[in-house]
Design a protein around this ligand. Structure first.
Ligand code: NAD
Length: 498
């Protein structure tokens, strides 16, 4: 059935949720029997109750993951056997596409068309990609003298704690899960309390695909309870964290207070999008910055939220971008044609509206948006918003807003553009637009960011690493590089008698 013919509202009305944790291959209520409301940002409706896991539940999940790791029910399977199971898991994700897409949209407010076309297929592709990769990863033999053999191998690490945010719940979970499981680890996943539903279903689908019980556990709950207990746990070998820079700092602290577990942080961003006057298609450039900024309600770590434009074209370019904004007017996420949905919750709505106030107070000029929308729905919607006349030292240019707010900053020349772009505590992504090949390369080299786009912003693929410089994090998700995070490098020396 095509997405336009599905009555998502009717399906949402019929939905019955199981919000219990997933530990040791089965659903369990939290040991303290506590739960919390799962609220849809679409209309503030309570979708159901979700287990509020605490330290005791995390202990049970880690014990189950450890037992599964130690007896080798997954870790000691051959890579080709792990591949088959994970490919079956990916197929099950795609077979459950409509259900997972509906849960994702109801839970965090993104348009159903993107849950269907982006989130579910990307999560499945990620799982399938690491499945396909894992029986093609070779070890090394060191170039030593003749009387010795030095074997260098990658081994599964043990129990991986994955703590993920709400903006792409399934994709962020898959970026951790897939390489960690493919390498033979056990995983305890802590989804965001704002979007726990798809993680719980993913665990059921993995079990149904043949992943042994205990290898993949899910502990929903609050960050300061379940999240903290997982990151402090002495029997967790590594934490794969995606979230805010504020909480990323805590991850390092938890590791130092506990067992010095590896910590891989994928954190916030304030990505710069540089437009030079020599670029020959400003219309496409304006459409791209609007589409990239307002996708996912602006709740993307890599949203190009600082638009740096040469002063000679800035007035014209600002008009073009502002003219794009109405194309992203929020609407009900369950309607098939909606392109911008609801912010994740009332807290995020208050944060975004607070930053819009700050923008006014700092003297930035509002070109479009700046107000709530669809208030009668009870949900959390904000119009796509563009501020012009922003200075790079304003709070709206320095702090991650994580909502549909674009800041336009003007520059005089190439050197100033690079200096402004790099003058940020973040370094996740950047983009340079120029028809001059030397300039494009020169500027791309000078930008301190994990990914630099040239004359585009949309390209993305599981085959390339994703992560940032500076306070945008360490380590990389995606690509074969992610396997480094969830494996230990072991050297085995053998003596060869002459
Ligand atoms: P967040 O840091 O508030 O929460 C992320 C996760 O950490 C959640 O599961 C939360 O429950 C948990 N958590 C919160 N406090 C905790 C604590 N004290 N101890 C342990 N766990 C805790 O972030 P968020 O609001 O969910 O997500 C938005 C952030 O994620 C943005 O900063 C965004 O840029 C970032 N992000 C980064 C990437 C990337 O790949 N670099 C991708 C997506 C999102």
């Amino acid at each position: 059935m095509s997405i336009t013919t599905i009555d998502w509202h009717a399906r949402a009305a019929q939905l019955s949720l199981d919000g219990r944790a997933f530990i040791g291959g089965e659903r369990r209520a939290a040991l303290a029997e506590e739960s919390f409301d799962c609220i849809s940002p679409i209309d503030a409706r309570v979708l159901g109750r979700v287990a509020r896991c605490q330290a005791a539940d995390v202990d049970a999940a880690v014990a189950s993951a450890r037992a599964a790791f130690d007896d080798g029910r997954w870790a000691r399977k051959s890579p080709v056997a792990r591949k088959r199971t994970l490919l079956a898991f990916a197929e099950k994700i795609m077979a459950a596409r409509e259900e997972l897409a509906l849960l994702e949209t109801l839970d965090m407010g993104k348009p159903i068309q993107f849950s269907m076309s982006v989130d579910v297929p990307a999560a499945a592709r990620c799982v399938a990609w690491y499945a396909e990769a894992i029986d093609k990863v070779y070890g090394e033999i060191a170039p030593t003298g003749l009387n010795a053999l030095g074997l260098i191998q990658r081994e599964a690490m043990g129990v991986i704690g994955a703590i993920v945010p709400w903006n792409y719940p399934m994709i962020m979970a898959a970026w951790k899960l897939a390489p960690a499981l493919a390498a033979g680890n056990s995983v305890v996943l802590k989804p965001s309390e704002k979007s726990p539903l798809t993680a719980l279903r993913l665990a059921e689908l993995a079990l149904a695909a043949g992943l042994p019980a205990g290898v993949f556990n899910v502990v929903p709950g609050y960050g300061t309870e379940a999240g903290e207990a997982l990151a402090l746990h002495p029997d967790v070998d590594a934490i794969g964290f995606t979230g805010s820079t504020r909480v990323g700092r805590k991850m390092l602290e938890y590791a130092s207070r506990s067992n010095l577990k590896r910590v891989y942080n994928e954190l916030g961003g304030k990505s710069a999008f540089l437009v030079f006057p020599d670029f020959d298609d400003l219309e496409r450039c304006a459409k791209t910055v609007a589409a990239s900024m307002f996708f996912n309600q602006g709740e993307s770590c890599n949203a190009p939220s600082r638009l740096l434009v040469h002063e000679s074209i800035a007035d014209d370019f600002a008009k073009r971008v502002a003219a794009e904004a109405p194309n992203y007017r929020p609407a009900n996420p369950l309607d098939a044609k909606t392109v911008m949905g609801a912010l994740v919750d009332d807290g995020q709505l208050r944060t975004v509206m607070g930053y819009i106030d700050v923008g006014h107070q700092e003297g930035a000029r509002l070109l479009t948006g700046g107000t709530r929308a669809l208030g009668e729905s009870g949900g959390y919607y904000v119009l796509p918003t563009v501020f012009d006349g922003v200075r790079n030292d304003m709070r709206i240019a320095r702090e991650e807003i994580f909502g549909p707010v674009l800041c336009i900053i003007r520059f005089k020349d190439e050197a100033e553009a690079i200096a402004l772009a790099n003058d940020s505590s973040y370094g996740l992504q950047a983009s340079v637009w120029s028809s001059h090949i030397d300039r494009a390369h020169r500027v791309a080299r000078a930008l301190r960011a994990g990914t630099v786009h040239v004359n585009q912003y949309d390209e993305d693929d599981i085959t390339v690493p994703f992560g940032g410089y500076k306070q945008s994090g360490n380590g990389r998700d995606k690509s074969l590089h992610a396997l480094d995070k969830y494996t230990e490098l072991k050297t085995t020396w053998l003596r060869i008698n002459p």
